[in-house]
Design a protein around this ligand. Structure first.
Ligand code: TYD
Ligand code: MG
Length: 457
């Protein structure tokens, strides 16, 4: 009997080794190596896609200047958020990977896209759900598309046979971890299977100029399971994220060969599927009549999009010896740093207080421009005095209490102005080259956090 060939693969980064090793030399993770059987077939250059295709073209080098500069063909979907995230619609022949935690709404999003592409023939391949389950979901979404086909199948060979018959214009695969190619013997979801199946889908996409969407599960540290490998093969990587307890979902570009990699789409999960949120600021700001302490509005930028977000702080006397610090949607270490700055520069006794911080809407913010709003929310709760709901803030705060300049200040100011705020607090250093007369909103420039106190209360 022929000896089966096996290789050890790191399940985290996809590195290979001939024997088992405890620590992956490539990604430094421990206990990630798993033995996988590779290469069942002797004809290793054959794949399921090639098997069923006769469109195999021999490629030869051609001069770049002779390549027809065809307009990149794009399918514009009715989903504005997705169009933007993809850099202006679905590019023909592109391979798009969508990652996200279980239950976040990946299948819902793509089924919705499949059903809304009215003029294109779409094939939705699901290895996770039966036809009935997909039908139920489609009914729930309340969408109908005569040209949308579904296929519940996991074998790539059978899938490609069906594709050959149907010749879809767009292909959706849910999920890559369930696919299985005959040419690799390891189990579905293993590195070698994922790599093989994605490779085949890529060949299919490029040779037939069909856009392919792949859903990928993510592992517990938030990376797409296994495949760093995958991220190299595909053209675009999107991450679908959000807090399970909130209904907002963010579709973020991680990599995009056809557009900006810092775009962002926002959705709200409703009982009838995902709704596009075209003006996020209006939802993330609560329209309260009465003024409460501990609330400040930050003018932040998510990707290239200005968003105004409410930051909420609660400062109470610490009951136990060690004060509690808790933060949702904002880096806890950064919160501790800002508290230390306030303690040292402003003489506020946060050391004897419990501090809780929350960013409204369950959104995570990395933009440093939120610092100033966090500081204001903290001060407001500390003093138990409200900040006018007509003020908003946009600046970074440094270790010595200096208020620092941030990028794209004009965009932030005009968003705040558009939403009807009276005053925006920014760094003095952002004033350079800024034409104040362009904006209706009053601009207050600060250089130190100490000045904030007099300006606010
Ligand atoms: P799903 O798309 O199955 O998630 P994933 O494919 O990422 O695992 O989303 C499932 C969740 O979305 C589930 O908890 C129910 C919820 N949901 C709605 O709230 N409204 C809807 O219309 C649909 C279809 C799902
Ligand atoms: Mg799913």
């Amino acid at each position: 009997m022929a000896k089966t060939k096996t290789t050890y693969f790191c399940q985290n980064c996809g590195a290979q080794a001939t024997k088992w090793i405890g620590k992956c030399p490539a990604c430094n993770e421990w206990n990630t190596y798993v033995e996988e059987v590779v290469e069942k077939s002797s004809k290793s250059d054959k794949t399921d896609w090639r098997d069923s295709s006769n469109t195999h073209k021999a490629s030869k080098p051609i001069r770049l200047s002779e390549v027809q500069a065809s307009q990149t063909e794009r399918y514009i979907t009715s989903d504005q958020e997705l169009n933007r995230v993809l850099g202006g619609g679905i590019v023909a022949g592109s391979l798009v990977l969508i990652g996200g935690e279980p239950g976040i709404g990946k299948s819902t999003l793509l089924l919705q896209v499949a059903l809304s592409l009215q003029d294109a023939k779409v094939l939705y391949v699901s290895g996770e759900e039966s036809e009935q389950q997909i039908k139920m979901r489609a009914d729930r979404l309340g969408l109908k598309n005569y040209h949308c086909y579904i296929l519940s199948e996991t074998s790539t060979k059978k899938i490609f046979q069906q594709i050959k018959n149907l010749e879809p214009h767009v292909l959706v695969v849910d999920s890559i971890q369930t696919l299985q190619s005959e040419y690799v013997e390891s189990t579905p979801g293993s590195i070698s299977q994922i790599r093989e199946c994605t490779g085949q889908l890529q060949q299919f996409a490029k040779e037939t100029n069909t856009p392919v969407f792949i859903i990928g599960h993510i592992n517990k540290d938030g990376h797409i399971a296994g495949p760093k490998v995958l991220e190299h093969i595909v053209d675009t990587v999107l991450q679908f994220e959000g807090d399970q307890h909130y209904s907002y979902r963010i579709l973020r570009t991680i990599k995009n060969r056809f557009g900006s990699a810092s775009e962002l789409g926002i959705y709200e999960m409703q009982s009838k599927g995902l709704r596009q949120v075209s003006n996020p600021s209006e939802i993330l700001l609560s329209q309260k009549e009465e003024q409460l302490s501990g609330i400040a509005v930050a003018a932040t930028l998510e990707g290239a999009r200005p968003i105004l977000i409410e930051t909420q702080a609660l400062v109470t006397p610490a009951v136990y010896g060690t004060p509690q610090r808790s933060s949702t949607g904002f880096d806890l270490r950064r919160l501790n740093m800002l508290l230390a700055v306030l303690e040292k520069r402003g003489g506020f006794k946060f050391g004897v207080k419990d501090v809780f911080l929350n960013i409204a809407g369950g959104i995570k913010v990395d933009d440093p421009a939120i610092d100033l709003a966090v500081v204001c929310a903290l001060l407001s709760s500390y003093e138990d005095t409200n900040i006018s709901s007509q003020y908003c803030f946009s600046a970074e705060v440094g270790l010595s209490g200096e208020v620092r300049a941030i990028n794209r200040i004009e965009q932030r100011i005009s968003e705040a102005s558009k939403l009807g705020f009276d005053k925006i607090f920014i760094s003095k250093y952002n004033l350079k080259g800024l034409d104040r007369s362009k904006f209706e909103i009053e601009i207050v420039a600060l250089s130190k956090v100490e000045e904030l106190y007099q300006r606010l209360f």
